[in-house]
Design a protein around this ligand. Sequence first.
Ligand SMILES: *Cc1c(COP(=O)(O)O)cnc(C)c1O
Length: 196
Amino acid sequence: MLVVNDNAYSEIYFDPSDRPISIFEIEGAKEVALELFSLSKGYNMTGWRIGWAAGRAEFVNALGVIKSNTDSGVFTAIQDASIVGLDMPFESHDHIRDLYRDRKNRVVSRLSAAGVKMYPSKGTIYLWGHVPTTESSVQYASRLLQETGVVIGPGVGWGPSGEGYFRLCLTTPDDRPDEAIGRIVTDLEKWKSSHS
Ligand SMILES: *Cc1c(COP(=O)(O)O)cnc(C)c1O
């Protein structure tokens, strides 16, 4: 059995003590594991469809056999852009981490102040909160979309345990999350006054 570690968020954490580990930091892992990384999150290249697999040659070759029969190489301009990204000093990740941390803190404090129970994350570009109305997560997300134009993820989309929760994605530039949070807060005030 091969253990495949999908390490897409290895660079997106907010406190050094929460740094996700590579599976290869565990003794013996090289014998049984393959690790995947995507430039989507840590390099802000979502949708560019590029990453890598690291591990023993026989495991990577097996993946290569499947890949070369299902698709072909990534567009070379994207490969070139990735090389530029990977050649950047490693500290440039600090900037990305700072950006997501500030954005997360701002969104958490504004929504918490409005009475939404938020769950500040230790990493990733996502943020979870408790649905602040008596609606299901799908009802809440659909109504927000229709009435405010804001897209949130209904928690149930990640499995039945997600019911009652919603997920926000923090990837858009700062004025847009600010605008979206403002609309969510206004909607909640309206909802509360019509249900009291
Ligand atoms: C974003 C993400 C990926 C990367 O997918 P891409 O197709 O490279 O964008 C892989 N695994 C997880 C868990 C992710 O969230």
